[in-house]
Design a protein around this ligand. Structure first.
Ligand SMILES: Nc1ncnc2c1ncn2[C@@H]1O[C@H](COP(=O)(O)OP(=O)(O)OP(=O)(O)O)[C@@H](O)[C@H]1O
Ligand SMILES: [Mg+2]
Length: 610
């Protein structure tokens, strides 16, 4: 039965309830802590409510002793000696005790609540980060990085708002019931007057809540857009400076920043208006109670202490009333953030392990492409029916015009994307049936735009094999032709590289990326344009290194430079998405086809350059 109700309430057809339930699931590990938090909050609420009494009892028992005593007065005075001084002192001590107790409970409650909240935010962030790591490249390439960062850092706070609102609503309800239950027996009419503030308070919360909700959603959108813009602008700072576009970018920055500031100013204005409206309503309520309550005291139909209780409790009703009437707004604000996180979590990574994916220990393997075609999502077909068989130890090269699909083909090997048709096989097994982790351990990549991390040179080279020792790192660097320049850096292998490797030349970055790939000792080495930024000396060095790997590693090489590729055992020439020619350098030259034309053009380029 309970299960059915839960399923109905929290089904995906009820998006808000479903998102609320999902947010709460991040707290499920903290059930015991939440129970402790609720008891602390309960005790703190009780201490807060009781705090109004010592003064009221003092007025009724000591200042106007003729007043009738209720059970609460008796609780406070029964244990005290009858003398006025002792009662005054005792009530003072009770007030101090209640005040301190409430503060202590409140402090514990705050710390515990923060712990619970941050633990849930952390869980949500970890889950989102894992998901982002697993998401296919197209997902990351097709959206602004700033927006993803905003979801990861700011939107993940949404779940804590949801739990906060639910707890606040529960306590506000209990607190209101207790307050009203304490007021009603003292004076029905005065209680009714105290409750007169409820309708205008509800109105104020709805009136301002709706606008605040809308404005907060706009402000978050503006924040996210601002972050995306700032990220993009700072990433392209070199381009901006080179083309003298600082003023335009500054203008765009100003407009994005102003939109953000404008959104938040609007929210603050709305909040100030809300505070004013609530203040006016409460002041009106207070004046009514004071007027009519004073009259009742004069008529001796109410004790002065009770009037004080009314005044104090009217103030105390404000918080729970606002929490109840504003719950929808706060819940929506938290949910709108959480939903942005769920939106990402609900996208399935296109490339992932199939059920019962096979374990494949790292070892020399035959790589086969069988009728592989590929089309980017929302794009034209880039590769068409590519078939090639690469026995272990082969050095194979792919050449072709820019944009023909060479890098795309390499991206299919570690499954950054899956082919739209056809299969890629490792030792006869479709790579989609192999555990992704195992497949990727077989392949070492030095891509066209390999990342350089903001860490030292050694860490950068050892990224694919963090446990490699210094000797291995140095020998990989030497093989990649990087040792010489690294040793000339101020701190050698300990030199810190900046984000994106901007303190290195293009060729040096390439050599670090090649060293990184070589160090992994993966059986298949994939190099995309490894010599595009190298001089003739480094190109020759790399060719020697690759020659030395022949027979021990499979090397897949993509290059525009015929010089880099000419030693390959097999060369495939790509044109119009297909392999148009296959053979060795000499064989291809003899066929006088595309390759020969490329070689001529390349030779002419070299001669002209000379
Ligand atoms: N993420 C992507 N989404 C959509 N289309 C893409 C994507 N990446 C590349 N393309 C398109 O696919 C085609 C092949 O690109 P690819 O990068 O594989 O070419 P390439 O042969 O490596 O070129 P180059 O020699 O210039 O590096 C190009 O037309 C390119 O516009
Ligand atoms: Mg490319």
């Amino acid at each position: 039965m309970i299960h059915r109700i839960t399923r109905t309430l929290f089904s995906p057809e009820r998006p808000d309830a479903f998102a609320t339930f999902r947010c709460l699931s991040y707290f499920s590990e903290d059930r015991v802590r939440i129970a402790r938090l609720l008891s602390l909050m309960g005790l703190s609420m009780l201490a807060g409510i009781l705090q109004a009494w010592p003064l009221a009892v003092l007025v009724d028992s000591v200042v106007a002793p003729a007043a009738p005593h209720g059970w609460i007065q008796r609780i406070f005075t029964a244990w005290l000696p009858q003398s006025g001084a002792a009662q005054t002192f005792g009530l003072g001590a009770a007030a101090l005790f209640l005040g301190l107790t409430q503060q202590l409970l409140f402090m514990r409650q705050k710390i515990l609540q923060a712990r619970i909240n941050y633990a849930a935010v952390l869980r949500m962030r970890e889950e989102l980060f894992r998901w982002l790591q697993a998401m296919h490249l197209d997902f990351h390439c097709s959206r602004p990085l700033g927006d993803t960062v905003f979801r990861l850092t700011t939107d993940t706070f949404g779940c804590q708002a949801v739990l906060g609102v639910l707890i606040a609503v529960a306590f506000a309800t209990v607190r209101l019931i207790v307050l009203v239950a304490l007021l009603l027996p003292r004076s029905l009419v005065l209680s009714a007057i105290a409750l007169l503030v409820v309708p205008p308070l509800v109105w104020a919360n709805f009136r301002f809540g709706r606008t605040l909700q809308r404005r907060t959603a706009d402000a978050k959108q503006a924040d996210s857009a601002f972050l995306s813009f700032a990220h993009r602008a700072l990433t392209a700072i070199g381009l901006t400076q080179a083309y003298g576009r600082e003023d335009e970018e500054y203008g765009r920055f100003g407009s994005a920043a102003k939109t953000c500031v404008g959104s938040w100013l609007g929210i603050h204005k709305e909040e100030a208006g809300y505070g004013l409206a609530v203040g006016i309503i409460l002041a009106g309520g207070g004046a009514l109670i004071l007027g009519y309550g004073g009259y009742l005291v004069q008529q001796q139909r109410l004790t002065p202490g009770d009037l004080m209780i009314f005044m104090t409790y009217l103030g105390m009703m404000y918080d729970p009333l606002c929490q109840l009437t504003g719950a929808q707004f706060h819940l929506q604000s938290g949910l709108s953030s959480a939903k942005r996180v769920f939106e990402v979590l609900d996208q399935s990574p296109r490339v992932c392990d199939v059920a019962r994916a096979k374990h494949l220990p790292v070892g020399p393997r035959r790589l086969t492409l069988e009728q592989v075609s590929f089309q980017y999502p929302a794009g034209t077909t880039v590769l068409k029916e590519i078939s090639v068989d690469i026995p272990h130890g082969t050095v194979i090269g792919f050449v072709g015009a820019s944009g023909v699909g060479k890098s795309t083909l390499l991206n299919l090997l570690p499954r950054f994307y899956d082919p739209s048709a056809g299969r890629i096989l490792l030792d006869g097994q479709d790579i989609r049936s192999i555990r992704l982790k195992d497949l990727r351990k077989h392949i070492a990549l030095a891509l066209q735009d390999s990342a350089i991390l903001p860490a030292d040179v050694s860490e950068n080279i050892a990224y694919g094999r963090p446990l490699a020792n210094e000797k291995e790192i140095r020998s990989a660097a030497a093989l990649a032709g990087a040792a010489e320049f690294i040793e000339r850096l101020p701190d050698g292998y300990r030199t810190k590289l900046s984000e994106g490797g901007v303190n290195l030349s293009g060729g040096q970055r390439q050599r670090i990326a090649i060293a990184r790939a070589l160090l992994t000792q993966a059986p298949i080495l994939v190099l995309d344009e490894p010599t595009s930024a190298q001089d003739a000396h480094h190109e020759a060095e790399l060719r020697r290194t690759l020659g030395g790997l022949r027979g021990k590693y499979t090397v897949i090489l993509v290059s525009h430079r015929i010089n880099t590729i000419k030693d390959c055992d097999v060369i495939c020439v790509l044109a119009e998405g297909r392999i148009q020619e296959t053979g060795t350098h000499q064989e291809l030259l003899r066929t006088k086809g595309i390759y020969a034309a490329l070689a001529d053009a390349s030779q002419a380029g070299v001669s002209n350059a000379a």
